[in-house]
Design a protein around this ligand. Structure first.
Ligand SMILES: Cc1ncc(COP(=O)(O)O)c(C=O)c1O
Length: 465
């Protein structure tokens, strides 16, 4: 915030000298992050004029903060904020988003939460290049409800190269990410319609569907993926994650894919195919996308959140034409559309060849990390499932008690790892923990998975599907 906008309010009736009040206000602004390290302050003369005080007052306040180390003066270039906010101040307390509220402080923990991207392999100069290229594009006066054409073309290329799906730019709709895509699509279904959801599954998608007034029914998942034979009649849609089921990690078998599309056609329901990490696969052949098998009934949802970062806010949908038309009409009516900035960055990253390079590096890195996890589990004699794809695996456990004990033992050893219970809407059907291996450093990962594998190894018994 420029210092001209700082709300410095002086109390002229107070016994506290004005110079102290000015210094206090600036110190507060720096310690709460309103002023940031590197921010340039106005000259003492300009500030004195703005506040209606003598220059002696502002000079004395600056002198005080210079002495305390909050500010530094550079010859000829002004006065700058130098001190970072004090550790422990609320404005900079480390975020604990996504962790249990009763968890220990985030800073000391190694986090194996599922669904995080692996930013270690992101080439920072390529990333900056993409942002610069995006900034070079002149702004447009008109909003784009479908998404920028060049972005949709980049998605077309990506889907063709990395997912084997042939579509045209007209079929692609930009989103702010998969979850918001599910929310928008759910709003197009009749209110109170019944939709099926994998159990366990991605509860944010279930939340988005419920928020749209839909009735969400759970469908079990086994080693072949979602149980198509267990789908109830009368569905408006099914949400599933066939490439690497979230959170169990299984891949929907080819047989079930065909059966699912057949039933969707016969019973006229939609299939939401959440392909959140479909680009990541190890030592196994690709399976056909549901969208390739049934473009008339399947809504394919992709995202940059796992490949790059969720902070980009970029995703895409390929849906049957009539649904696409209704989605765009709803956006146009409400005036809502995904922000184009992230689309431009994604496009530039892809067009400059950096997305392809990044994906190659990412696959290699995650493949090696997966080996770290498997080796630790092998050494402890702990079984691992769901390791053929994605960036997380499942360690099966025999009971809820085992699950709680392993999560607690991990936490005591400084490791956050999610229990499968977290991904169930109802009473858990399967027990275990999900181990995300994308986010920590390699060294932390090795330490953390050894802890988890050891803790899980103590629990033997039948482990469900
Ligand atoms: C199963 C699943 N689908 C989709 C997403 C991506 O969501 P978004 O694109 O909204 O960031 C996530 C992110 O955690 C996820 O776990």
């Amino acid at each position: 915030m420029p210092i001209d906008d700082l709300p410095i309010v002086l109390d002229r009736s107070s016994e506290v000298p004005l110079a102290v009040q000015v210094a206090d206000a600036l110190r507060d602004a720096a310690s709460t992050g309103v002023l940031r390290v590197g921010d340039r302050l106005s000259s003492t003369r300009e500030l004195a004029i703005r506040l209606g005080v003598s220059r002696t007052v502002t000079a004395s306040a600056y002198d005080q903060l210079l002495a305390e180390g909050w500010l530094a003066g550079r010859q000829g270039s002004g006065t700058f904020v130098t001190a970072a906010p004090a550790a422990g101040s609320s404005a900079v307390a480390p975020s604990s988003a996504g962790r249990p509220a009763d968890g220990p402080p985030a800073t000391s923990m190694i986090d194996l939460t599922v669904g995080r991207p692996c930013l270690h392999v992101l080439d920072k100069s390529a990333w900056r290049r993409a942002w610069r290229a995006a900034a070079d594009r002149p702004p447009s006066a008109l909003p784009s409800y479908q998404g920028l054409l060049e972005f949709r073309q980049a998605v077309v290329d990506h889907l063709l190269r990395h997912r084997g799906l042939v579509v045209s730019p007209e079929q692609v709709v930009a989103t702010s990410g998969t979850t918001s895509g599910v929310a928008e699509l759910s709003a197009l279904l009749p209110e109170r319609a019944v939709v099926a959801m994998e159990e366990p599954g991605y509860q944010r998608a279930a939340g988005a569907m419920r928020a749209a007034g839909l009735r969400v029914v759970p469908v079990p998942v086994d080693r072949e993926g979602v149980r198509v034979d267990a789908l109830p009649a009368g569905l408006a849609a099914l949400y599933c994650s066939p490439a690497h089921q979230f959170p169990l990690g299984v891949r929907l078998s080819a047989r079930r894919r065909v059966e699912l599309v057949r039933r969707a056609r016969q019973e006229s329901f939609l299939v939401f195919e959440d392909d959140y990490d479909g680009e990541l696969r190890y030592d196994v052949a690709p399976l056909p996308l549901l969208a390739a098998l049934g473009p008339d009934v399947v809504v394919h949802l992709g995202t940059a959140s796992k490949l790059l970062t969720p902070t980009l806010g970029v995703g895409w949908v390929v849906a049957p034409p009539e649904l696409t038309r209704r989605l765009l009409a709803a956006r146009s009516r409400a005036g809502t559309r995904p922000a184009p900035a992230g689309q431009l960055v994604f496009t530039a990253f892809a067009e400059l060849g950096d997305l392809g390079r990044h994906l190659r590096r990412l696959r290699k890195e995650l493949h090696e990390r997966r080996e770290v996890v498997l080796a630790a589990c092998r050494a402890a004699g702990t079984p691992v499932w769901g390791d053929a794809a994605g960036a997380h695996v499942r360690v099966p456990l025999p009971s809820a008690e085992a699950e709680r004990a392993v999560v607690a033992a991990a936490r005591d050893a400084g490791v956050v790892v999610p229990a499968l219970a977290e991904y169930h809407a109802g009473a858990p059907l399967q027990f275990g923990i999900s181990v995300g291996y994308a986010e920590p450093s390699r060294a932390d990962l090795a330490t953390a998975v050894a802890v988890v594998a050891e803790a899980a190894a103590g629990w033997r018994g039948p482990v469900g599907h």
